[in-house]
Design a protein around this ligand. Structure first.
Ligand code: 26V
Length: 811
């Protein structure tokens, strides 16, 4: 949009006064932020409604991305940037003696997700809008987000995340689009005499689903999509029934908290309620819009696509069937064809313990109609497949087995497309985890390697690097990320390499200041910044990182005069509250940090920083300052990873196993521009097959490793209680499930290579530049383009496409 500084200042003063009835100068930072957000939303309103109208008129196919989690990050700066008025607003605020940075930090970061899956959903929202594609989010407006993490004596403590305390300026409560979701009771089906079967319900619990809509703003174009988050309320007509506050609270309880465990499935009734609540509200609201515009129902798959983000929303399949059967009175065959054509599913994890399976009894009593339909889907599946594929395959792919409903099976059978999130991961799905389905439906399987939005993770988070790139290669790369490769041409330019080094140093200084202010720790910005930021899980092997730090520490203690590359090891990680081992690793790392950081003999040579409460906003601060990106999961366990892409884009060199998208990163950037170590997937499989891994032997044989491991239990690390022993035992006595000891040597070697390279600044900077220049292919814009063309079959809208990316696929 076009906006002058003068106009902005006038608008801002007026907006503030309209809201608060006093002068903006007397307002708190929070109020100043709120007024600014309000004004920006007003600026957006026009374009938002234009977008909506356009979609309706053009009858364009719309995508609905169903996800239990979104992690959008702060929205003020991102919206201003995408609207192309960030500089104007900054200047205007300065004129009013308001610091933009302070105002920006007053915004809460909505933590409505656990990690990778939720952040990916939000990167996708950004790309959909920026590509001019009609694609909307559908999720839950949790009253409390993912817990706030604090460390007390090095232990993780979880505090409630009351993110709505000061209101949320970006959302609009849309009462007129509210729908009712039914739970429990009895359901039976009777013929109505016209050949239709009508379900009758009694004693159901009815819950009102109220949508809160948030605009998703595209980059420099007029597309504004919608992220619709549902909140549970008591239906007004039933308010009298819920006489006690407790019973009303129970209803609201459905959308009260986000489940903080992203690695361990527990069959909790409330979680199932959340899933059906979101699914039913979402599907009902889509269908309502659909019929409002008189679109014939057989056209459903031509007009909408519903994407199932992991199995959490897999009830979309029976819910859509329910509506088509019970409310539209379609035949089973017709309804099934429409449902399958409409739905598609992404798998995000192959960890067995994370696979959703709901007990039949629970589904039967909470969602009786869903159960009837799931049973019928299963019945049809078995009847159809038995003659074609025989008993083994047919029953292996059954949805219901041993009293449980397998949600992945439901999602695969009910979708026309099933994808993994990196090439290796998709291969594992085809050859292993979902192999039986791959035999049955090879055509459903496809890969869609994850991507990230370069707008948030580079343009906004790292403005100096953005400027440097633009100065050398022009603006084109911003809308056509393949163009980033042109930056490679500066690999030999001393001047550009020096500027690149300066940008990195400045970012490191910023982070060092932040660390000083928030953690009271002094770090040397000239040290090598080594970063591992992700949820804490044994398969991600933060403890391997810890062992390497201990190794360095012990070497320094042995020889305090040692000539070693100074390093700062940076961690950000939350552990699921019930995941004891992960919490013990947090305590271990914090104890190591305490020991190392307070040892005068160590000084600058080694520092360990463990940030509390890692999330999107912290990531934006850490990533631009990173030099080594730790992607060290055991090969075959990390589906894709996305921090690997963000760190590479900001010039960090990847130190990684051949897992997830690390493999594709290597394919683009070249093995010589990263540090690869560890077992590959074939070697891991070989060990599993033969069962011949003995971590104890490695411990006994390898002196260096033994010294490190012994330091966990011999009192070396002060403040550590049973945690050292627990980690030691798991690695030495319980045969080291994730091959930490096996990979230790090659991991240490990779770090030695990194140190050596770092001593040659020019070479390091060259590799950093090549990493930046090779990261174009990991733009989520490409990922979304492929989803759109190959799965959803949506096309960018002509009218909306003006000014939208000219687009070359990178080779
Ligand atoms: C799983 C579960 C399972 C039990 C119930 C609660 C719950 C909540 C969330 C999850 C999500 C776990 C899956 C996940 O986040 N996967 C990550 O997805 C990223 C995006 O595709 C990918 O980059 C990471 O490798 C993958 O771990």
């Amino acid at each position: 949009m076009t906006l002058t500084v003068k106009q902005f200042k006038r608008d801002y003063k007026k907006t503030f006064e309209n809201i608060y009835a006093f002068d903006f100068k007397d307002g708190s930072i929070e109020q100043q932020y709120f007024a600014l957000g309000h004004l920006v939303r007003n600026y957006l309103a026009d374009e938002w409604s234009q977008s909506r109208h356009h979609y309706i008129e053009s009858k364009a196919k719309q995508v609905f991305y169903f996800s239990m989690e979104f992690l959008p990050g702060r929205q003020l700066k991102s919206n201003l940037y995408n609207m192309d008025i960030l500089e104007t607003v900054k200047e205007g605020l300065k004129g009013l003696e308001i610091e933009f940075e302070e105002v920006e930090n007053a915004e809460v970061d909505p933590a409505l997700g656990n990690g990778g899956l939720g952040r990916l959903a939000s990167c996708f929202m950004d790309s959909l809008a920026s590509l001019g594609l009609p694609g909307h989010g559908n999720g839950i407006r949790y009253r409390y987000g993912l817990f706030r993490q604090k460390f007390v004596d090095g232990y993780q403590v979880e505090l409630p995340e009351n993110w709505l305390r000061n209101g949320n300026v970006w959302e609009i409560r849309n009462m007129n689009s509210a729908v009712t979701v039914r739970f429990g009771g009895n359901v039976w089906v009777e013929p109505d005499g016209n050949g239709n079967f009508i379900p009758f319900y009694e004693n159901t619990e009815n819950i009102l689903a109220v949508p809160y809509d948030t605009p998703m703003v595209g980059y420099k174009n007029i597309t504004i999509n919608n992220m619709r988050l549902w909140s549970a309320e008591v239906p007004p007509e039933e308010e009298e029934q819920y006489q006690t506050i407790e019973s009303a609270e129970k209803i609201k309880g459905i959308t009260e908290v986000l489940y903080p465990d992203d690695s361990n499935y527990e069959g909790r009734l409330l979680r199932l309620k959340q899933e059906y609540f979101m699914v039913s509200a979402g599907v009902q609201s889509i269908i309502q819009q659909f019929y409002k515009y008189n679109i014939p129902r057989h056209q459903l798959p031509e007009k909408i696509a519903i994407h199932i983000n992991d199995t959490h929303p897999a009830l979309v399949v029976p819910e859509l069937m329910r509506i088509l059967l019970d409310e539209e009175h379609l035949s089973w065959e017709k309804a099934w064809e429409i449902t399958k054509k409409t739905c598609s599913y992404t798998n995000h994890t192959i960890l067995k313990e994370a696979m959703e399976k709901w007990p039949v009894d629970m589904v039967k009593s909470l969602l009786p109609r869903m159960y009837q339909i799931i049973e019928a889907i299963n019945q049809h599946h078995i009847e159809k497949k038995l003659p074609l594929y025989g008993e083994r395959l047919t029953y292996a792919t059954s949805i219901i087995k041993d009293g449980q409903i397998n949600m992945a099976h439901l999602a695969v059978i009910g979708s026309h497309s099933v994808n993994g999130v990196a090439q290796l991961h998709t291969n594992i799905l085809k050859n292993d985890v979902l192999h039986d389905f791959y035999e049955m439906y090879p055509y459903k399987f496809n890969n869609k390697t994850n991507g990230i939005t370069q707008r948030r993770w580079l343009h906004i988070a790292n403005p100096d690097l953005t400027k440097l790139i633009t100065k050398q290669i022009g603006e084109e790369w911003k809308t056509n990320p393949a163009e980033l490769k042109v930056f490679k041409g500066f690999e030999t330019s001393e001047e550009v390499l020096e500027e690149l080094a300066q940008v990195k140093l400045k970012n490191k200084e910023h982070l060092a200041e932040y660390i000083k202010e928030n953690l009271g720790l002094e770090i040397n910005p000239n040290a090598l910044f080594d970063v591992q930021i992700k949820r804490l899980h044994a398969y991600k092997r933060q403890h391997l990182n810890a062992l390497h730090i201990l190794d360095r520490y012990l070497r320094i203690k042995e020889n305090p005069a040692i000539d070693i590359q100074p390093r700062v090891f940076i961690f950000g990680a939350k552990a699921a509250p019930s995941y004891l081992y992960a919490k013990q690793i947090i305590k271990l790392i914090n104890s190591i940090a305490d020991m190392v950081n307070n040892d005068p003999e160590v000084g600058d040579k080694l520092k360990v920083v463990f940030f509390e409460n890692y999330g999107v906003s912290l990531a934006e601060k850490i990533i631009p300052a990173a030099e080594i990106s730790e992607q060290i999961s055991l090969a075959g366990k990390e589906a894709s990873g996305t921090s690997n892409m963000k760190l590479m884009l900001n010039g960090a060199l990847t130190l990684a196993t051949l897992d997830g998208a690390n493999i594709e990163i290597r394919d683009y950037v070249g093995e010589e521009n990263m540090f690869i170590f560890g077992l590959n997937i074939d070697e891991v499989s070989e060990f599993y097959k033969k069962g011949n891994y003995s971590s104890k032997k490695l411990y006994e044989k390898n002196k260096r490793l033994k010294r490190v491991l012994d330091s966990l239990i011999d009192g070396t690390i002060p403040g550590l209680y049973e945690e050292g022993r627990v980690v030691f035992d798991s690695l030495v006595h319980y045969n080291d499930e994730y091959f930490v000891l096996k990979d230790f040597d090659s991991y240490v070697k990779a770090h030695e290579k990194a140190d050596e390279l770092y001593s040659n600044k020019k070479k390091w900077n060259q590799k950093s530049l090549i990493n930046i220049a090779s990261s174009g292919p990991f733009s989520a814009d490409y990922t979304i383009k492929r989803y759109s063309e190959e799965i959803w079959k949506t096309n960018p809208q002509k009218k909306l496409n003006e000014g939208v990316h000219s687009f070359d696929e990178p080779i």
